[in-house]
Design a protein around this ligand. Structure first.
Ligand code: DGJ
Length: 724
């Protein structure tokens, strides 16, 4: 049983393969959190609760023994005005201006299917049970449904909250978090992933302390500044040991997460919608749904935690047919030409790429309107046949004739001031009244909360897709969203969230209409790399920074939550366009193979030697792609450790094959041998490595001994194959 309820003790228990989660209704009807961690069979962990004196903390009126202060006891869903003085999950303003919602247990239900959300994506799954617990505030008539989806085999729980107003007066929701988790005792570290353009998802580790740490984005997108995924670990946890809790949000807009220790040393984590300018009017009879949060537990360190997320994302989030099939190796013309191309030039690149066994040619920015540089024409989604020298249909046909598929870039959410669209519909952008809008890359943001805007985009994109055989879309988005004002919207505090709902509506309509098109996400690289986008787009361009050495950090940080099948990763030219670094082709391709592989350079300018290297690389990738897309990733040597080497291993699910990649970030004279203990192999099977046979046990315990790497940024890829 994944969900069990002890009605007498009022205990709710969620069990997954290796974890247990328990809650209990208190004597006054509050829902307490008891435990989340390593699996315990048939637990009753009520004894753990704080039952000491309140010591001047506020306690409920009905408590004649002066005990039961909510701020000292662990809560399942803490709310405002109840005497819980930590970060609360729910804050609202009643019609009389008060901030109070005193939630008590009402009833529960177990569903034999996974709940879904009406307007936002969420994880799905056959045979996944849902626990629904209803809490109510008798005075205002506000009801809160806590929803839990139990993904047994990934040790993963999903959570969402639905707030309904059964009272007589409207209330204003100011903060609705998707989850709150109180860990009763222990000292923990917080690992989060911050960054900026060209340097996304850098790992930082902080102790959870008595100050409140807030992780958030107010960029309108999940952002490069902070990824919504974060991890809480016991002290000294590492890849293979220690307790780790992972948290993430199926959402692509502003978010908020907090971690803090309470006065008695208990730890509280909250996560959900950004509440920066959020306010949502809930009329009598109306409901509000939170985005879905996901959490997973591993008692065996970070690698297992990553595997839980990777498997769940690959199997139960995105409904695109591409999620499970071999992804095309692509060539994108952006770094090859930027805006400076003609149809002839593009075809020359496609032809040269075909010789490298590339499957898909992607035409990036600049094919529409008068888009000669980044200052013009966003929004004018009409093919510029003059620039191309032929129609899109003809261009696609010619690429198809080469035996390649064709893909196209869009940046649907944006508009240039210099565009026909903006001239016709100046009121379609986000812009404060009577003020000049802020610019980002010289562009404005379309107001996706408006149905008319979404309909325009749906029609324009559909027209293009119907006019030619386009089998891939790169969906770009190149500026933070500011100027949050939507003409005609009554409550502007709802706008940020309505924008994201509008985006999901548009993506949902397009992906349903064009199930054979592969969508790849992008936001100036990886500024919107999140589970919400991954629900529609199986892969996302990880970063605009294609330097393989910088990419070691970026892809390392990204890999804690997101599988390699989600990470767009291309070979680009050397010296690199972003940082000028010179690296060998083999290292550029080895790093790009830790993702959905492709090229981003002018292949017509490659030397014959490099062309041969590229062909070999493509063919090798195709051989190992199934392992990369579906296998298990092991981070062996971190780019943050001071050892001049970064290494990782991908192992096929059946453990018959593994690819080890090692990259030198620096080299020295008189180097030591490289010793690496491999992971994830079958202990009692034999493997062939570099012509030698070793048992899995040997490779994982005694380790592999390799010659030192020589030469700037050199690398090695070693295929390890099971022989018996
Ligand atoms: C930003 C993206 O990240 C790039 O890959 C490229 O598509 C440009 N936008 C095009 O404007």
């Amino acid at each position: 049983m994944t969900i069990s309820v002890d009605k007498d003790k009022k205990l709710f228990t969620l069990q997954t393969k290796n974890s247990t989660y328990q809650m209990k209704v208190s004597r006054f009807g509050y829902l307490y959190h008891l435990y989340y961690g390593k699996k315990i069979e048939e637990p009753d962990l009520s004894y753990l609760l704080y039952n000491g004196p309140s010591n001047y903390a506020p306690y409920p009126h009905e408590s004649s023994d002066k005990m039961g202060s909510l701020t000292l006891t662990s809560q399942e869903y803490p709310s405002v005005g109840t005497g819980d003085l930590g970060s609360v999950a729910l804050d609202l303003e009643n019609a009389d201006g008060t901030h109070v919602v005193n939630l008590k247990y009402k009833n529960y239900q177990i569903l034999d299917n996974k709940y879904s959300l009406e307007q936002m994506p969420s994880f799905y799954g056959q045979g996944v049970q849902t626990l629904r617990i209803v809490l109510v505030d008798e005075v205002s008539g506000i009801e809160v449904e806590l929803l839990y989806g139990v993904f047994d085999k990934y040790d993963l729980l999903t959570r969402a909250v639905r707030v309904s107003n059964f009272g007589k007066q409207a209330v204003k929701l100011n903060r609705v978090q998707s989850l709150s988790l109180d860990l009763l005792h222990g000292n923990f570290d917080l690992i989060h992933f911050h960054g900026r353009w060209g340097s996304e998802r850098n790992l930082e580790k902080l102790p959870i302390s008595h100050t409140t740490t807030t992780l958030s984005s107010n960029y309108g997108v999940s952002s490069a500044k902070e990824n919504p995924g974060f991890i809480v670990t016991t002290k000294n946890a590492d890849e293979m040991s220690g307790s780790c809790y992972g948290f993430n949000l199926v959402y692509s807009g502003d978010f908020n997460a907090t971690a803090e220790q309470g006065t008695l040393g208990q730890n509280r984590i909250t996560m959900g919608l950004g509440d920066n300018q959020f306010s949502w009017k809930l009329e009598p009879g109306a409901s509000f749904e939170s985005p879905e949060a996901v959490m997973s537990f591993s008692s065996h360190g970070l690698t297992q935690l990553s595997h839980n997320f990777h498997d769940a994302i690959r199997n139960n989030l995105c409904r695109s047919k591409y999620e499970k099939v071999r992804r095309p190796v692509l060539i994108n013309n952006w770094e090859a030409t930027y805006f400076d191309f003609t149809g002839k030039k593009l075809l020359a690149i496609a032809k040269a790429a075909k010789k490298l066994d590339v499957d898909l040619f992607v035409l990036d920015d600049g094919w529409f309107g008068n888009r000669s540089n980044e200052d013009h024409a966003l929004g004018d989604w009409f093919v510029n046949e003059k620039k191309l020298g032929l129609s899109l249909k003809e261009l696609v046909q010619k690429v198809n004739n080469l035996g390649m598929d064709f893909g196209l870039w869009f940046e649907p959410e944006m508009v240039s001031e210099d565009s026909k669209l903006y001239r016709h519909h100046p009121d379609w952008v986000l812009n404060f009244p009577d003020r000049k809008p802020l610019l980002g890359r010289n562009q404005l943001v379309l107001d996706l909360s408006k149905e008319s805007v979404r309909n325009y985009l749906f029609e324009r994109i559909s027209d293009i897709l119907d006019s030619a055989n386009v089998s891939y879309i790169k969906w770009d988005m190149n500026r933070p969203i500011t100027d949050w004002y939507s003409k005609g919207l009554k409550d502007q505090g709802e706008l940020q969230h309505r924008y994201v709902l509008g985006l999901y509506d548009l993506l949902g309509r397009l992906t349903r209409k064009y199930p054979d098109v592969l969508f790849e996400g992008c936001a100036s690289g990886g500024a919107r790399f999140d589970l919400g986008m991954l629900a529609y787009e199986p892969q996302i361009w990880t970063s605009d920074n294609t330097d393989p050495i910088n990419r070691l950090n970026i892809q390392y940080g990204t890999s804690f939550f997101y599988p390699l099948s989600a990470m767009g990763s291309h070979v680009s030219v050397s010296p690199n366009h972003q940082n000028g670094r010179i690296t060998p082709f083999a290292t550029r391709s080895a790093v790009a193979m830790a993702g959905t592989f492709g090229y981003e350079l002018d292949v017509t300018k490659m030397s014959e030697v490099e062309q041969q290297q590229a062909k070999d690389a493509t063919d090798f990738y195709k051989k190992i792609q199934d392992m990369t897309i579906n296998g298990d990733l092991y981070r062996l040597l971190s780019p943050y450790a001071d050892n001049d080497l970064v290494a990782w291993q991908v192992v096929s699910k059946d453990k018959s094959q593994s690819l080890l990649t090692i990259v030198a970030t620096d080299v020295v004279a008189n180097p030591a041998f490289i010793y690496l203990k491999l992971r994830g192999l079958a202990e009692f099977s034999d493997y062939k490595v570099d012509g030698q046979i070793y048992s899995g046990q040997t490779l994982m315990n005694a380790g592999l001994k390799l010659d030192p790497l020589k030469g700037s940024y050199s690398s090695r890829q070693i295929l390890i194959e099971k022989v018996s």
